[in-house]
Design a protein around this ligand. Structure first.
Ligand code: SF4
Ligand code: SF4
Length: 430
């Protein structure tokens, strides 16, 4: 019954792509190339940030989610909305109204993640106190950050805090405990995460942290926005599904998670380039005075997600209002969280693994020779950084040539040394 796992959250539709190279220039990890005048994503480099989708002026980059009708494939569809969803409908719509609206549009059950976010704060704090050597512990809740660490900063993997993001801990709970409690067959339950960003699709939710996918599908805010708006007109607030946690609601803001961790020296950073700068500093052995780092690659945090509907500044204001209304002091019983920790409630089942880009050559002497060749090619290029060759910049093009992924003749600009390829090859042979 489970929907087929998606392979990647973003894909480029060749029929819409006109090869303008805007996405290739914008990709922060240089994961896009032009092949036959169309953009293609190199999956081994991509970290699923969605910036290419935001930048493409021709709507040629699509995020891969399930249609809303996918919930009909399951007798018991369960919604797990990101806490960011609560910031998308203005000041007057309460989280409880939104949870009721989700039930109204077809979900058999809805789960409020705000308490789980608050419990996760407590669990992370306890983990940091037990591991004073972690400097800092890095929150693993942003899936793009986890991919960045795995691919580009693998030395920082031990710093990732080994807890499931709340959405996945909740999904696991639904498939195990809730199923038991309700007497539902596990295969009848379809867990749908409602996401502000494409990186949290089912592929991200299955092998990355857990042995099985506890999430059957991902819906983006656009998919549910219209149906929720209509439902809000129709429902009456006769039932209190959940009084939300203010501390947990703050998680959609950059700094909301860090704010709830009572250890000395926490740092929250948001925005792709800023996150990169901080990871770069950590990788260089700096910032060791920090105990906790909350990196979120979307600007201002999850409410700046690529699939959010509301203007992020308004969403921020709505969230702050909701946090004030629900209270910003922790209300959880630490003994309850200690029990959950002992029972492994937060533990991920699969640890992140390093996936660094392979070296230029597995043999060190060959790698050095290829690096020399790369520098020679680079020196011979016109240096226009135009992308006409199909690589994002001249250095990446030279590297692509050395790796055998591009041909020197792909560069249409006049080169200073037309013999460089032959010359370098001769040196390698020597
Ligand atoms: S931005 Fe990228 S995907 Fe969009 S049309 Fe230009 S090259 Fe193609
Ligand atoms: S999703 Fe991000 S990392 Fe992947 S190709 Fe697009 S811009 Fe690059």
């Amino acid at each position: 019954m489970a929907l087929e796992a998606q392979i990647h959250p973003y894909e480029i539709l060749p029929e819409r792509c006109n090869g303008c190279v805007i996405c290739m220039k914008a990709c922060p990890v240089k994961a896009i190339r032009l092949r036959d005048h169309r953009a293609v994503i190199l999956r081994e480099l991509c970290v699923d940030c969605g910036i290419c989708q935001l930048m493409c002026p021709h709507n040629a980059v699509e995020h891969v989610t399930q249609p809303f009708t996918a919930i009909d494939s399951f007798p018991k569809p369960v919604a797990i909305p990101s806490v960011t969803l609560f910031s998308q409908f203005g000041y007057e719509v309460t989280p409880n109204q939104l949870l009721l609206a989700l039930k109204h549009i077809g979900f058999a059950e809805v789960l409020d993640l705000s308490w789980l976010c608050e419990w996760t704060n407590e669990a992370v704090e306890s983990y940091l106190l037990d591991h004073p050597e972690l400097r800092p512990g890095i929150s693993a809740t942003c899936p793009v950050v986890v991919q960045l660490v795995e691919k580009y900063y693998p030395d920082l993997i031990p710093n990732l805090i080994p807890f499931l993001p709340p959405r996945l801990a909740a999904a696991r709970w639904v498939k195990t405990k809730l199923a038991q409690r309700k007497g539902w067959r596990r295969e009848d339950i379809g867990v749908f995460y409602i996401s502000p960003c494409g990186a949290r699709n089912v592929k991200m939710d299955s092998p990355r942290y857990a042995e099985h996918s506890y999430v059957d599908g991902m819906l983006c805010f656009h998919d549910v926005y219209g149906p929720i708006l209509r439902a809000l007109d129709e429902i009456e607030e006769t039932e209190i599904i959940q009084k939300c946690s203010g501390v947990g609601l703050a998680w959609s803001l950059s700094g909301g998670h860090a704010e709830g961790i009572r250890v000395k020296h926490t740092l929250a950073v948001s925005g792709f380039r800023e996150v990169l700068k901080i990871l770069e500093m950590l990788d260089a052995g700096r910032l060791r005075e920090l105990r906790f780092l909350e990196p979120l690659v979307c600007p201002d945090g999850c409410l700046g997600g690529t699939l959010a509907v509301e203007n992020r500044f308004r969403a921020k204001s709505v969230t702050k209002w909701m946090v004030r209304r629900h209270g910003s002091k922790s209300k959880v019983d630490p003994r309850r969280v200690e029990k959950m920790i002992r029972e492994g409630y937060f533990d991920w089942e699969v640890s992140p693994t390093p996936h660094p880009l392979p070296p230029l050559d597995p043999q060190p002497d060959q790698a050095i020779a290829k690096l020399r060749r790369l520098e020679e090619i680079l020196e011979s290029l016109a240096g226009g950084q135009c992308g006409a060759c199909g690589s994002p910049d001249c250095r990446t093009f030279a590297e692509d040539v050395v790796r055998g992924m591009a041909d020197l003749s792909d560069c249409p600009m006049p080169r200073s040394d037309e013999n460089v390829c032959g010359g370098a090859d001769k040196k390698n042979e020597d």
